[in-house]
Design a protein around this ligand. Structure first.
Ligand code: PLP
Length: 422
């Protein structure tokens, strides 16, 4: 099936079960068993079905199936946020004493999670250059459990060398995890390029309207074989899980990675997605393709305008021919479309602040992927407590402005930026 069709129908057949045109919300905490045997079968995985909404929920299940199909994966698990998706994806393979290799260009929340919070759990992070993976292989050791990177990074808007990262990972038998939030399941499918695990913050483009926080983990087909072949690196997928009456994940004919993340991590850490948010995401994912094309086309138009403006010193947008990422965007992303994020540089701090204060259509918001266009000047907003030296150390340029292009007519967006730059 084509992705536009999956986005509307995936995981739900209205000729069966509920029969409703719109997917219903199973707004419930728990589910009634038919009898004692039914309950026992569900707990023993002899029969699949819902027990308690922390573990499974029929509305969320439809979204999971839809996501797995959209990304070309074998299975998916929805969780309460993008941060929870990243945490579970890492915690599913790494434990105290292990390390993960992480890209030098990541979302700020991912950086603090991976370099600070996980350190307290005994999991360390080593940083590699995702643009060319030049220092990746030399940092892999026997305790390396995952390579984590973003396909199109937020906020740097850099495109990873996916092919090279995957090649090195496969040669060394290390799991790859790609955060595909900014590119979205419409513009890019990491699994088709050999990536093992995809995560999304569905709060961004999947939702597209800034109305719900959510996250998802998707796994490729055939991971049981990968875990068996690399059983020394991934023993806990091959040995009995004492916390689940001796279950050996690789012996279960279900997608192994999300099964373990559900049965062990969601059970114990509990960042379950609310059925209502699953339902909201099922509404918005129907239009993902149309929205991503529009975000991308409008962003290219705005980026081209900015590039010609005398007060703009430089523009970073992978869709521009002048971008260092242009070639990779053409190679990896559907029709070379590069999503809705742009950053640009103006003369100095005051000029940047003036643009922020003068923009009328753009909301000053630290989010991305909304239907409304957003603008942020990190140096005068999120990082305004820092002095110039501290800003520099944090990699924040006082002249950088970031845009998330929404679904407005780009003529109006260009007009607004034009007057703000005057
Ligand atoms: C926002 C974001 C996250 C975190 O997602 P939340 O849903 O806010 O928890 C992770 N990765 C990327 C690339 C993001 O943009």
């Amino acid at each position: 099936m084509q992705k536009e069709t999956i986005a509307v129908h995936g995981g739900y057949n209205n000729k069966e079960g509920w029969g409703t045109m719109n997917v219903p919300i199973a707004q419930t905490t728990a589910f009634a068993f038919r009898d004692a045997e039914h309950a026992a079968n569900l707990f023993a995985l002899k029969e699949l079905g819902s027990i308690y909404s922390r573990l499974t929920n029929p509305t969320t299940d439809i979204l999971e199936q839809r996501f797995a199909q959209l990304e070309g994966g074998a299975g998916a698990l929805c969780v309460a946020s993008g941060q929870a998706a990243i945490f579970y994806a890492i915690a599913n393979v790494a434990q105290a004493g292990d390390n993960v290799l992480i890209s030098d260009k990541l979302y700020g929340g991912a950086v603090t999670l991976l370099t600070h919070s996980l350190k307290r759990f005994g999991i360390s992070a080593k940083i590699f250059k995702s643009e060319d993976a030049s220092n990746l292989e030399e940092q892999i050791d026997e305790n390396t459990k995952a390579i984590f990177f973003e396909s199109l990074s937020n906020p740097q808007i850099a495109v990873a060398d996916v092919e090279k990262i995957v090649e090195i990972a496969k040669r060394n038998g290390v799991l790859t995890i790609c955060d595909n939030t900014v590119a979205s399941a419409w513009l890019f499918n990491p699994i088709k390029w050999g990536v093992d695990i995809v995560v999304h913050s569905t709060s961004k483009y999947t939702n597209g309207q800034g109305s719900a926080i959510g996250g998802v983990i998707i796994e490729r087909d055939g991971l049981a074989d990968f875990f068996k072949q690399n059983s020394k690196r991934y023993p806990h997928f091959n040995e009995p899980d004492e916390s689940y009456h001796g279950l050996v994940y690789t012996e279960v004919p279900l997608p192994n990675f999300t099964l373990r993340a559900r049965l062990a991590l969601l059970r114990d850490f509990g960042a379950a997605q609310s059925p209502h948010n699953s339902w909201l995401l099922l509404q918005t994912i129907e239009t993902l393709d149309i929205r991503m094309d529009k975000h991308s086309n409008s962003a290219l138009e705005v980026a081209k305008f900015l590039e010609t403006h005398p007060k703009v010193k430089s523009v970073n947008y992978p869709g521009l021919e002048s971008s260092v990422y242009h070639e990779k965007a053409q190679k990896y992303f559907k029709d070379g479309k590069a999503s809705g994020l742009i950053s640009f540089e103006v003369e100095d701090f005051d000029a940047a602040k003036k643009v922020i204060d003068s923009a009328k259509l753009f909301s000053v918001v630290v989010n991305i992927g909304d239907s409304k266009s957003l603008i942020v000047h990190p140096a005068s907003t999120t990082h305004s407590q820092m002095n110039e030296k501290e800003l520099k150390e944090a990699g924040i340029n006082p002249t950088t402005i970031r845009l998330s292009i929404g679904l407005e007519n780009p003529i109006d967006l260009v007009e607004d930026l034009k007057q703000a730059l005057e």
